[in-house]
Design a protein around this ligand. Structure first.
Ligand SMILES: [Fe+2]
Ligand SMILES: [Fe+2]
Ligand SMILES: [Fe+2]
Length: 430
């Protein structure tokens, strides 16, 4: 797990808007910066993305083509997010391996990621055998190989010549000869190698892409944006059978509760996004912990507590998502200040975040967990009412839940049923 670098390290949350304040937030982040921020939290920003962006530019790619290669480079091993495929990825050879297929299946239906998905599917393809594949595949392969040739224990510049040599030796066989020539030119500068070893590689990749004029914005309040956040929810949830549909359930509850609270249409869409992304930081929590068939130990719980801290920092540094970050990641804060990790209380917790908190608890209680069966909705509401009476969560939100229980529970069930179908389909690999 990696904590955000470069950003603030203390309790650095934005001041929350006053409860009741009608504030329609902007939510038009750059597709790229959102993915970069997620990838950074997952330690997925390897030099692969940096090498891929430099090579793509040298090869004359721009606009969406350039963006696709770099996004594919960032997510190329996203198929290894589950434990099983992670192990397989370690043993990969230059064949069309399972992690490429998982990566492809994961990304192919996400809006704006279709082209990147086809590149991920063949990121270990040999040029000598499959020169006809898109240039992006060959860029990814070369970039990936540079990364694996670098010995992290040696000083970077001491090995520059060896790595360049090893790549050149496979020109025409593993790698596209023209790309090898471009790589030689790039690798001739010391700064390139210092960049590769830099702890700020994420900002370097971002800098490469910010100048890209064809970079796409993504409005999370639109259908595409909602689909996109649902895709990220899949990344989060599919790591465990027990959480496979959790974020979808939370998102559906959020919308139902927000509707009852009279939130405006745009806010309903954005609170759905917050529901999808509320557990984003769990991507950085080891799968063993999420799947543990029993109560977490104190120290495991401490690790688990980092998830909302990470959710906040991943989202808050993406321009346009500052408000959604608060709504999504305050869901373990409690009105009396006893929640985590920021210890916010009362008016510091905006109404939308209070809704996400109730939606999260309600969904968690009414779904199966590794260590217990699902609770009946009425019993769950009873528990929530006790929590509200104890000053932990918002009693009006719990009141709305109780009043609309039948419909809200139905909406949650339906959303989770649909998500379960997608989950089953995802793991049915041919
Ligand atoms: Fe790979
Ligand atoms: Fe959570
Ligand atoms: Fe949750």
């Amino acid at each position: 797990m990696r904590f955000p670098k470069g950003g603030p390290v203390t309790d650095s949350t934005q001041p929350a808007p006053k409860p009741g304040a009608c504030h329609t937030p902007a939510a038009n982040p750059k597709l790229f910066s959102l993915i970069l921020s997620v990838a950074d939290a997952l330690d997925l920003i390897s030099p692969v993305a940096y090498v891929a962006s430099r090579l793509s530019k040298a090869a004359g790619l721009s606009g969406a083509d350039l963006e696709n290669v770099v996004v594919a480079a960032l997510l190329h091993d996203a198929g290894g997010l589950t434990l099983k495929t992670k192990l397989a990825a370690l043993e990969f050879e230059h064949t069309h391996s399972e992690h490429e297929e998982y990566g492809y299946k994961l990304l192919k239906d996400a809006p704006s990621l279709g082209a990147a998905a086809t590149l991920v599917r063949r990121h270990h393809a040999w040029w000598g055998r499959e020169a006809h594949l898109p240039l992006g595949c060959h860029i990814l392969h070369l970039a990936d190989r540079v990364d694996s040739l670098v010995d992290k224990r040696r000083f970077i510049l001491d090995q520059a010549a060896d790595v360049t040599e090893a790549i050149a030796a496979k020109s025409g066989l593993m790698f596209d000869p023209e790309l090898v020539e471009l790589f030689r030119a790039i690798a001739g500068r010391e700064a390139f190698w210092f960049d590769l070893a830099s702890p700020h590689i994420g900002s370097l990749v971002l800098a490469e892409l910010t100048a890209n004029e064809g970079a796409r914005n993504i409005d999370l309040g639109t259908d595409t944006g909602l689909e996109f956040s649902r895709f990220i929810a899949q990344l989060i949830d599919f790591r465990s059978r027990f959480t496979a549909t959790h974020s979808s359930g939370v998102a559906a509850c959020c919308v139902a509760l927000a509707g009852r609270a009279g939130l405006a249409a745009r806010e309903l869409d954005l609170i759905r996004v917050a529901g999808y992304l509320h557990d984003l930081g769990k991507l950085a929590v080891p799968a063993e912990l999420i799947e543990k068939p029993g109560k977490l130990t104190d120290s495991e719980m401490n690790v688990m507590k980092s998830h909302t801290y990470l959710s906040y920092h991943i989202l808050a540094r993406v321009s346009g998502l500052e408000q959604v970050a608060v709504w999504a990641s305050f869901h373990h804060e409690r009105l009396n200040g006893t929640g985590y990790p920021f210890g916010k209380k009362g008016a510091e917790i905006p109404p939308q975040a209070r809704i996400v908190a109730v939606a999260d608890i309600f969904t968690a209680l009414t779904e199966d967990r590794p260590y217990r069966k699902a609770m009946a909705p009425k019993t769950a509401v009873g528990l929530l009412a006790d929590m509200a009476a104890a000053g932990l969560i918002d009693k009006d939100v719990v009141g709305n839940l109780a009043a609309g229980l039948g419909a809200i529970h139905e909406a949650r069930e339906l959303a989770q049923k649909r998500a379960m179908e997608l989950y089953r389909n995802f793991y049915r690999l041919s």
